[in-house]
Design a protein around this ligand. Structure first.
Ligand SMILES: [Zn+2]
Ligand SMILES: [Zn+2]
Length: 258
C-alpha cells in the first residue's frame, strides 16, 4: 500500500492509504479546499475515496470531514462517541467501528483501538493492505497501554505522535492549564514517550517509522527525530525514519509486507 501524509500537527491532520485502486483517508482536519489541493499535488483523487476514517472529533482531525464525506459520497467511519460528537455526521452515511473491531473497506482491513486522550472515544488504527502489509497509526494520546502495543505489533510501518519536547513545553508560552493538559495522561506523547513506545514496538522487519503531530511551538523536528533515533539504535532499527510536516505532510511512500 501507498501512504501519503497530507499534513500533520495541531493545525490539521490527514493521511491517505491507497492500494489496489482504492484510497481511504484517515482524518480530514483541514478545510475541504486545502484537502483537495494537497491531494491533487500528491496525485490523489479525493472524489474516489472509499471511506473517511476519523480518529476523534477534535477539529485538527475533523474540520473538513463532513464536507469531504459529502463531496466524495463515501462512508464516514469512526467510534460511536466520535460520531455522536460530530453534529454534521448525522446527515451522512456512517459506520461505527468499535474497540478491537476490524472493518473491511475494499482491500483494507481496519482495526481500531481505544486510546487515552481528552476526546469522546478516540482511536488508534491498524490498517492491513491486500498483501498483508500493515501500517499502524497512533496520535493524540497521553500514554501507551498493553492493548495499544498489541495493535502496533509486527507492523511494517508505524505512524506515531512525537508531539512535544518536555523541556520546551515547560518553558513554552502556553498557560499552565494547557501545559498540564498536553503533558497529562489524556494529552499528547512527548518525544521521550514516543521513542519509548517505538522502541517497544520495534522488531527486525519494521521498515518505516513516521513521527507525526509534532508541535510547532514546543518541539523541533530534529529533536523529535534525534530522540527516537537514539532509542532505536539499541533495538537495531535499520528502516527509514521520517518526520511529517504540518504543511508539506510527507511524500508518498510504499509499505510492503516484510
Ligand atoms: Zn490532534
Ligand atoms: Zn486531539
Amino acid at each position: 500500500m501507498k501512504v501519503t501524509v497530507l499534513g500533520s500537527g495541531s493545525r490539521g491532520n490527514a493521511i491517505a492509504f491507497s492500494a489496489a485502486g482504492t484510497t481511504i483517508l484517515v482524518d480530514a482536519g483541514f478545510p475541504l479546499r486545502t484537502l483537495k489541493r494537497r491531494a491533487a499535488s500528491a496525485r490523489l483523487r479525493l472524489s474516489d475515496l472509499a471511506a473517511l476514517v476519523v480518529t476523534h472529533e477534535h477539529t485538527d482531525h475533523s474540520l473538513g470531514a463532513a464536507r469531504l464525506a459529502k463531496a466524495a459520497s463515501c462512508v464516514l467511519l469512526a467510534s460511536r462517541g466520535t460520531l455522536a460528537s460530530l453534529a454534521e455526521a448525522a446527515s451522512l452515511p456512517t459506520r461505527v467501528i468499535a474497540h478491537l473491531e476490524t472493518v473491511t473497506i475494499g482491500p483494507f482491513g481496519i482495526t481500531a483501538c481505544r486510546i487515552a486522550h481528552d476526546a469522546a472515544e478516540p482511536l488508534a488504527l491498524a490498517i492491513v493492505g491486500p498483501d498483508g502489509e500493515k501500517a499502524a497509526l497512533a496520535y493524540d494520546l497521553g500514554g501507551s497501554s498493553p492493548v495499544l502495543r498489541y495493535l502496533l505489533r509486527s507492523a511494517d510501518c508505524l505512524i506515531v505522535e512525537s508531539n512535544h519536547d518536555e523541556a520546551m513545553l515547560r518553558a513554552g508560552p502556553y498557560p499552565a492549564s494547557v501545559r498540564r493538559r498536553i503533558a497529562g495522561p489524556d494529552g499528547h506523547l512527548s518525544n521521550r514517550a514516543a521513542a519509548t513506545l517505538l522502541a517497544e514496538a520495534c522488531h527486525p522487519a519494521l521498515a518505516t517509522i513516521v513521527l507525526a503531530h509534532v508541535s510547532e511551538v514546543c518541539n523541533r523536528k530534529e529533536l523529535a527525530e534525534e530522540t527516537t533515533r537514539r532509542a532505536l539504535v539499541a533495538r537495531g532499527f535499520g528502516g527509514k525514519l521520517f518526520v511529517a510536516d504540518q504543511d508539506a505532510g510527507l511524500q508518498s511512500f510504499d509499505v510492503a509486507r516484510a
